[in-house]
Ligand binder design. Structure first.
Ligand code: COA
Length: 427
């Protein structure tokens, strides 16, 4: 079936997480994504392995629906192969450390000369300008520097990283948007352009409302926060406070396990019904909670009452009770809950796949659903699985030419790097 991005060919030189998440999404949208790897492969193939000698889940979960070619870019013939691929692709994606592509001889200026129609898309920790431009970055570095860590956690505890990979996968999403915009522009003007997303910038974008609160602090305290904010110079950590116009928090349910919580938003429109169900007429008419302003002032007491009520029910029972009242709420779902959830399975957000080295495994599905471009998720490629196919089909190389390139070390010359494998821990 024709897919939304059918006909676009992407040269994916990304590695680890930030870039591969973006190129996987574009592959799921129908682009032909050619993953160009060093002869040792994307380093994640060997990281956090659960099965010896099999591509790790770290790799397989981020590289589905791609074809893999290995090219040694430190070899002169390998550089020729890259030059030819640039001529045949619509997009080149990369997230190497600062200056890596320039050192290999493929700066944006050079890439543009080779193919003026190409869109080149880069992720860097901090972008190509400014005092931090030369620094490398990983997920948590970006969370630390983009405002996420300082605003996550409880006010009296240390800064925390979030479980959602906003530095890597979040930046990947930004890059995918930039690529699609640049392709749209290229189709109108005939010229490609350079798209750059810095991880720090991407995290700041996702922390936008924290900068709203930073500026509000200059005019006075923030009444929706459950901690005092009078006189603070920077947005504090908000625990589980909602961070929006409505009050919200996680309330503790039966039997009191680590994830036995229900997140509840005490939306203005539902207070009366909620109060009736929790504390009858007395609570519904209690002047301490009559308006949102009063509830903000007395929120510690309001949360105590809601927590007392919650202690009689499991998070699932409470979700049912509150949803019947139209109260926005959600149980804190563990990865185990999610892997087994009927709704999740029905929406194909957990999909079962097969892999020649590892057998059956699961991937998180495609969150973007297009009615005329359904996604068919296919396993990740083995290292170099499509090298010959790409050289012949995309570049039109003859077998003799491929053989001579191979002899010259264009696809091999393994640098000495042993993939890491840890025995699973037996507790
Ligand atoms: C993630 C990161 C910290 C990893 O650092 P790293 O492992 O030192 O990797 P780098 O990207 O800096 O360097 C890759 C090296 O492999 C080499 N290489 C990459 N592809 C190659 C190929 N096909 N053939 C030969 N060599 C290759 C590069 O030339 C470079 O060598 P050099 O240092 O001699 O120039 C770094 O890539 C980075 O900061 N990226 C940008 C931010 C980012 O995306 N971070 C999130 C990752 S989830």
């Amino acid at each position: 079936m024709d897919k939304a991005l059918s006909g676009f060919r992407i040269l994916d030189m990304t590695h680890v997480q930030a870039g591969p998440t973006a190129s996987q999404l574009l592959a799921w949208l129908g682009a032909d994504v050619i993953k160009l790897e060093p002869p040792t492969g994307d380093v994640t193939r060997g990281q956090l392995r659960d099965i010896p000698d099999a591509d790790s889940l770290y790799f397989t979960m981020l590289n589905c629906n791609k074809r893999s070619i290995t090219v040694n870019l430190k070899n002169a013939m390998g550089k020729e192969v890259l030059t030819d691929l640039i001529k045949k692709c619509d997009v080149l994606m990369e997230n190497f450390g600062p200056g890596v592509l320039d050192r290999l001889g493929f700066s944006w200026e050079k890439v543009q000369q080779i193919n003026p129609r190409i869109v080149m898309a880069s992720i860097k920790g901090f972008g190509s300008t400014g005092p931090y431009a030369d620094f490398k970055a990983y997920e948590n570095v970006a969370q630390a520097m983009g405002g996420s860590m300082s605003t996550t956690g409880f006010p009296d505890g240390p800064p925390l990283v979030t479980g959602a990979q906003i530095g890597d996968s979040g930046t990947g999403l930004h890059l995918a948007i930039g690529i699609l915009a640049a392709l749209h522009h290229r189709n109108r003007t005939g010229r490609g352009q350079y798209v750059e997303v810095a991880m720090m910038d991407g995290v700041m974008n996702l922390c936008r409302v924290k900068f709203r609160d930073h500026q509000r602090l200059q005019r006075g305290p923030l009444p929706e926060y459950s901690v005092p904010t009078q006189g603070l110079a920077a947005t504090p950590r908000a625990g589980n406070d909602s961070g929006g116009g409505q009050l919200g928090n996680a309330i503790k349910c039966k039997p009191g396990g680590p994830n036995d919580y229900l997140y509840v938003v005490v939306q203005e429109a539902v207070w009366e019904a909620l109060a009736h169900r929790v504390g009858g007429e007395a609570l519904a008419k209690d002047p301490r909670f009559a308006t949102i302003g009063e509830r903000r002032k007395n929120q510690a007491e309001m949360w105590r009452i809601l927590n007392d009520f919650a202690s009689q029910y499991t998070k699932w029972e409470l979700m049912k009770i509150f949803n019947e009242l139209d109260v926005p709420c959600g149980p804190v779902m563990s990865t185990e809950d999610l892997m087994n959830d009927e709704h999740v399975r029905l929406r194909e957000m957990i999909v079962e796949l097969d892999h020649p080295q590892r057998g059956k495994w699961y991937n998180v599905g495609m969150p973007i659903k297009l009615s005329n471009s359904p996604v068919e998720i296919k396993r990740s490629p083995l290292l170099g699985e499509h090298t010959d196919e790409i050289l012949t089909e995309v570049l039109g190389y003859s077998q003799d030419h491929i053989n001579s390139l191979r002899e010259a070390g264009a696809f091999s010359k393994q640098p000495a790097k042993v993939p890491e494998y840890h025995e699973p821990r037996v507790d």
